[in-house]
Ligand binder design. Structure first.
Ligand code: ADP
Ligand code: GLC
Length: 528
C-alpha cells in the first residue's frame, strides 16, 4: 500500500477568487498504476488507428470532464487494439514537468487567412502509457495563462488549431482510419477536411465529432470566420455553418460535415433533438439524427481507485469502505474546520459553478438541508453569484459548511472519499463524471434524472433494496429537497440499507471498458 499523505490543510488563500481553469497535473497522476497491455493475439481484430483532436486533456490541461475523457478514452481504446494519437494545443500553461519532456518532431508554415497570412505550426511529441500526444505549437495563439479566454481570441485560435491538426497529420505522414474530434474547439476539423484536405492523405480518414456539451458552439460573425478560415462560400450555407442572419457556428458546421456524431450518453442524444436541450441546433440534429449515437462516458479506474489513491488519508476497498470512509471523513473535517464527528452526514458538491449544474435549486433549499446532523462541503469555481452564495453559507454555518472556492484536484479526491453523499442536481448534464467518481468511492449520488445522470444512477428501491442513489425528475427545488431527505432518512434510520448501497456503488462498473468497445464498433462501422 502506498505511503499515505496528510490531507491538504484549509488555507486562508482559498478565500481568494481563483481562475476556473488551468490546473495541470497533480503529482499523483504522474505515475498511474499501469495496467498491462494485453498481448496482440488476445486483442480484438482488426487494428484501427485513431487521431483524437480536442482542446484539453488531463493531466496537461483540464477544465472539466472533457479533459478526463481525452485522457481516459484513448487509454481504454489501446486495450481495444486501437493505435491512438492525441492532438492538443501546446498551451503555455502546461506544467514545465511535461513541457520539458516533449520532443520536437518538426515544423512548417501553414496558410490560414483569406489575405494569405500563414502561420508557424510546430509539433512537439510526448509518449506516455502507450498513447502518443502531439502538441501543436504556436506562441501567438497558445501563450495565454489558460486554454480559453474570450471568443474574440478563441475563434481564431481554434480555427488555426483545427487546420493545423490536419496539416500536422499529413506532415507526420500518419493517416488514421478515424479522426475523432471533440466539441466546438475541434469542430472545424471535418469542415477543413472536406474543403481543403480531400485530395491529401488525411482526406481518406473518416471523421467522428463527439458533443460533450451542446451549450458551447463557437458562434461568431461570418466575416471573421471568412478571414480566419478562408473557407469556400458553400461552407457558409445555412445547411453547414450559417446561423441566423450574419453568424457562423463552428459546431454546426462540424456536425454537418462529419461522418458520424456521438454524444456522451444515450439520454442526452435524445434530449438534444428537442428544443429545450437543443440550444438552437435541435432541428439540425434531427436532420442529422441518422448518424447520431449516444455512448456513455466511463472514468479512469487507475486514477480513481480508493485503494491506491495516494491523496487519501485512508485507502479502502468495498470490503472495508464503511470503516475507512469514517477515517477519511474525520481527517477532512479536521482539515476543513468542520466539527469532527463521524456520525454527521457529509454532503459534497464538486462542480463548475454555472447554471448548468442546478445550483439555483441548491440555493433555494440550502437552509433546509443544514441541520444539526448534516454537514456540507463544496469544491468549485465559476459564476460570482454562486461563489458569493456559498461563501456566505460558510460564514453563517461555521463548523458545519465549508466552501472551497477553488480548483484543486487533491481536494477533489479527498472530498469524494470522505463524503457520504454527492449532489448533482443539474439542469442538463450530457454525461457527468462526478456521480461516477462518487460511486466508485462509495459515495451515494443524489442526482436529477437528466442526460447521463439518468443513464448511470439507478434510483434506490427500498422494497427490493436495489439502486445506486437518489434521484428526482422535474427541475424543482422541493423535489431536490425531497431526494436529500430520502437519503437522510435511509442514512439515519436504516444504516444497514445505506451501507449496502455504498458497497453496491463501489462494485458498480463505471470503467471505460464497455463504452470503449462501443466506440470501437463505430470505428469499424465507418472503416470495416
Ligand atoms: P463538466 O465537464 O460539465 O464540468 P463532469 O462531471 O463531466 O462535468 O466533469 C467534471 C470534472 O472536473 C470531474 O473530474 C471533477 O472531479 C472535476 N472538477 C470539477 N470542479 C472541480 C474543482 N473545483 N476542483 C477539482 N476538480 C474539479
Ligand atoms: C461536458 C459535460 C459533462 C460530461 C463531460 C465529458 O463537460 O458537461 O456532462 O461528462 O463533458 O464528456
Amino acid at each position: 500500500m502506498p505511503a499515505k499523505k496528510k490531507i491538504i490543510k484549509k488555507e486562508a488563500e482559498q478565500e481568494v477568487k481563483e481562475e476556473v481553469v488551468v490546473e495541470a497535473a497533480e503529482p499523483v497522476a504522474e505515475e498511474p498504476v499501469v495496467e498491462e497491455t494485453p498481448i496482440e493475439e488476445t486483442m480484438p481484430q482488426p487494428r484501427r488507428s485513431v487521431a483524437f483532436i480536442g482542446s484539453e486533456c488531463y493531466p496537461f490541461v483540464k477544465t472539466g470532464g472533457l479533459g478526463d475523457v481525452m485522457y481516459a478514452l484513448p487509454k481504454a481504446l489501446i486495450r481495444q487494439n486501437c493505435d491512438v494519437k492525441v492532438i492538443l494545443p501546446r498551451y503555455a500553461c502546461i506544467k514545465e514537468q511535461f513541457q520539458e519532456k516533449m520532443v520536437y518532431v518538426g515544423a512548417f508554415d501553414m496558410d490560414l487567412c483569406s489575405d494569405g497570412r500563414s502561420f508557424y505550426v510546430g509539433i512537439m511529441e510526448y509518449v506516455w502509457d502507450g498513447v502518443v500526444y502531439d502538441f501543436i505549437d504556436n506562441e501567438e495563439f497558445f501563450s495565454w495563462g489558460k486554454p480559453y479566454t474570450n471568443l474574440v481570441d478563441d475563434i481564431p485560435k481554434f480555427c488555426y488549431f483545427a487546420k493545423a491538426a490536419l496539416a500536422a497529420l499529413n506532415y507526420m505522414n500518419w493517416t488514421p482510419d478515424i479522426i475523432h474530434c471533440h466539441d466546438w474547439q475541434a469542430a472545424l476539423v471535418p469542415v477543413f477536411q472536406r474543403a481543403f484536405f480531400a485530395d491529401t492523405p488525411v482526406g481518406r480518414a473518416k471523421s467522428i465529432l463527439t458533443i460533450h456539451n451542446l451549450r458551447f458552439q463557437g458562434i461568431y460573425n461570418i466575416p471573421t470566420f471568412k478571414y480566419w478560415t478562408n473557407l469556400p462560400e458553400y461552407m457558409f450555407d445555412y445547411s453547414v455553418m450559417k446561423q441566423g442572419y450574419e453568424d457562423a457556428n463552428m459546431l454546426k458546421g462540424g456536425l454537418a460535415c462529419c461522418d458520424m456524431i456521438t454524444t456522451v450518453s444515450n439520454t442526452y442524444a435524445g434530449e438534444i433533438q428537442t428544443p429545450f436541450f437543443g440550444e438552437n441546433l435541435d432541428a439540425h440534429l434531427r436532420y442529422h439524427s441518422g448518424k447520431l449515437y449516444g455512448i456513455v462516458n466511463g472514468i479512469d479506474c487507475d486514477i480513481w481507485d480508493a485503494n491506491t489513491d495516494k491523496l487519501l488519508p485512508a485507502n479502502y476497498t468495498a470490503a472495508n469502505v464503511i470503516e475507512q470512509k469514517k477515517k477519511n471523513k474525520l481527517e477532512l473535517q479536521k482539515a476543513f474546520g468542520l466539527e469532527e464527528d463521524e456520525n454527521k452526514m457529509v454532503i459534497g458538491l464538486i462542480s463548475r459553478l454555472t447554471n448548468q449544474k442546478g445550483l439555483d435549486l441548491i440555493t433555494q433549499i440550502f437552509h433546509q438541508v443544514i441541520d444539526g446532523n448534516t454537514q456540507f462541503v463544496l469544491l468549485g469555481t465559476g459564476d460570482g453569484e454562486y461563489e458569493d452564495a456559498f461563501r456566505s453559507y460558510e460564514n453563517t454555518y461555521k463548523g458545519t459548511v465549508c466552501s472551497n472556492i477553488m480548483y484543486d484536484e487533491g481536494r477533489a479526491h479527498q472530498i469524494y472519499a470522505a463524503s457520504d453523499a454527492l449532489l448533482v442536481p443539474s439542469l442538463f448534464e450530457p454525461c457527468g463524471l462526478t456521480q461516477l467518481i462518487a460511486m466508485r468511492y462509495g459515495t451515494v449520488p443524489i442526482v436529477r434524472e437528466t442526460g447521463g445522470l439518468k443513464d448511470t444512477v439507478e434510483p434506490y428501491n427500498e422494497f427490493e433494496n436495489t439502486g445506486n442513489g437518489f434521484t428526482f425528475d422535474r427541475y424543482e427545488a422541493w423535489l431536490l429537497l425531497d431526494a436529500i431527505n430520502r437519503a437522510k432518512t435511509l442514512y439515519f434510520e436504516n444504516r444497514k440499507g445505506w451501507d449496502e448501497m455504498v458497497v453496491r456503488d463501489m462494485e458498480k462498473d463505471v470503467s471505460w471498458e464497455v463504452s470503449a468497445k462501443q466506440y470501437r464498433n463505430l470505428y469499424l462501422q465507418l472503416r470495416p
